[in-house]
Design a protein around this ligand. Structure first.
Ligand SMILES: [Zn+2]
Length: 154
C-alpha cells in the first residue's frame, strides 16, 4: 500500500440521510464497486449512490490515514450528519503508548517497534546493566558465579 495516495471519501445517496466515510489508497470508483461492507451495500441498494473525495491525505502509514479518517468522521458527526461507518480500531489501536525505551508508539505499531534499532539498543543497555549488577553481587559475596557468567564487565 502506498499511503502517500491516501484518500478520505464519502458514499451517499439522496435517498438516505446516512453517509459512509472511509479511507483508501485505491482509485475511488474501484473502491465503490468493491465494497463488501454491509452498511455500504445497503446504500448501494437504494440507488443513486455516489462516491466523492473529501480530501487527499499523503501520509506514511495506515495509522496516519486512520487518524485523519477519525478526525473527518468526528467533524461530520459534529455537523449533525449521520455517519454509518464504524470507527476503525484506530481509536484503541492508535492510543499512544510510551515504551520503556522512551519512544512513543501505538498498539498497532508495537510489533514493529520492538524490532527497531532504537528499542534493541535499549534492551542491550538493560541487559548490560543487569549483567553488571549481577557481577557486582558475586564480587561482593563469597558465592561462586556460574562458569558461563561473563565477568569482564570493567
Ligand atoms: Zn521501545
Amino acid at each position: 500500500m502506498d499511503y502517500r495516495l491516501g484518500k478520505i471519501y464519502k458514499i451517499y445517496t439522496a435517498r438516505s440521510p446516512h453517509i459512509y466515510i472511509g479511507s483508501t489508497t485505491q482509485p475511488l470508483p474501484h473502491c465503490l464497486y468493491n465494497m463488501r461492507k454491509d452498511n455500504v451495500r445497503q446504500l448501494l441498494a437504494l440507488g443513486g449512490t455516489r462516491i466523492e473525495l473529501i480530501q487527499r491525505v499523503a501520509c506514511d502509514s495506515k495509522d496516519e490515514l486512520n487518524c485523519t479518517l477519525v478526525a473527518v468522521r468526528a467533524d461530520y458527526i459534529a455537523r449533525g450528519l449521520t455517519v454509518i461507518s464504524k470507527l476503525p480500531d484506530a481509536t484503541t489501536q492508535l492510543t499512544p503508548i510510551i515504551c520503556d525505551c522512551g519512544k512513543t508508539t501505538s498498539k498497532s505499531h508495537i510489533g514493529r517497534h520492538i524490532k527497531s534499532a532504537h528499542h534493541i539498543a535499549y534492551l542491550q543497555t538493560v541487559a548490560n546493566t543487569i549483567q553488571y549488577a549481577v557481577v557486582l553481587i558475586y564480587r561482593n559475596t563469597n558465592i561462586t558465579p556460574p562458569a558461563n557468567l561473563i565477568t569482564s564487565v570493567d
